[in-house]
Design a protein around this ligand. Structure first.
Ligand code: NAD
Length: 249
């Protein structure tokens, strides 16, 4: 029962596919009602959750536009009347060497991966603070720890995600809100498709993963349910690696 989410409402950003879809499905299977938010449609996620017997609604929103976040959260709150769990998952990556990294790429990545995540923490967090309970799960990365190559904006954004996770946990842990993060390793999604398409790179990455395989969206289900449930009530400001052992190597 510690892991059940019956009657809880979980807002998952970037839930049209990939890791967001995996987490939305996992949270729904544990009993949560889902609000799937993305700039592209979440029809497939809606179908999968409903086929599994869950409740889900979707909201279309470009989260890069900071001015639209307040109305997006108001719309989300009007669906089930509350938000118990916020999963800040929407993200993008732009690849180019640091010296050539276009400013637009830098700003686009920071706007979505870090700024939108922080502003959503503020907006949904205010509502959680009023009620004295809530769970926030920010999606970090191995590049919350490492530098990466050709992705300086992404690395900065994911270091920032680890930072705000700890900063908010310090302020909100005593007020009933657990703020934590999940740092996925190499997972098979659209985000990593260009790397996976490079056979040599794919092989060398796979060889470095102790588990011997890339992760899948369903590998995010258990960790997301854990951090959304009462099972993690004494966890605050933690960044949980879900990486097949990558960071242990
Ligand atoms: P993905 O590209 O498959 O999905 C990204 C999601 O974000 C989609 O639902 C998309 O619609 C949404 N999105 C993109 N721009 C948006 C915007 N402006 N407004 C609203 N929604 C928007 O990517 P993924 O691999 O599932 O990545 C999900 C998260 O996990 C990201 O934060 C990513 O950085 C992180 N991550 C992924 C990996 C990996 O290996 N795939 C590893 C570490 C971290």
């Amino acid at each position: 029962m510690l892991f059940r989410l019956d009657g809880k409402v979980a807002l998952v950003t970037g839930a049209s596919g990939g890791l967001g879809q995996g987490m939305a499905l996992g949270l729904a299977e544990a009993g949560a009602n889902i609000i799937a938010v993305a700039s592209s449609n979440c029809d497939e996620t809606v179908r999968l959750v409903r086929e599994a017997g869950g409740r889900i609604e979707q909201l279309s929103a470009d989260l890069s536009d900071a001015d639209k976040l307040e109305s997006a959260v108001a719309d989300a709150l009007s669906i089930y009347g509350r938000i118990d769990v916020l999963v800040n998952n929407a993200g993008m990556i732009r690849r180019a060497p640091a010296a050539l990294h276009a400013r637009k790429d830098w700003y686009d990545v920071i706007d979505l991966n870090l700024n939108a995540a922080f502003f959503l923490c503020q907006l949904v967090g205010s509502h959680m603070l009023e009620r004295g309970s809530g769970k926030i799960i920010n999606i970090a990365s191995m590049l919350s720890y490492q530098g990466g190559v050709n992705v300086p904006g992404y690395t900065a954004s994911k270091h920032g995600i680890a930072g705000i996770t700890k900063a908010l946990a310090n302020e909100w842990a005593s007020r009933g809100i657990q703020v934590n993060a999940i740092a996925p390793g190499y997972m098979t999604t659209n985000n990593t498709a260009p790397i996976a398409a490079d056979a040599d790179r794919y092989k060398s990455i796979t060889e470095r993963i102790p588990a011997g395989r890339w992760g899948l969206p369903e590998d995010m289900k258990g960790p997301a349910v854990f951090l959304a449930s009462a099972a993690s009530d004494y966890m605050n400001g933690h960044v949980l690696c879900v990486d097949g052992g990558w960071m242990a190597r």
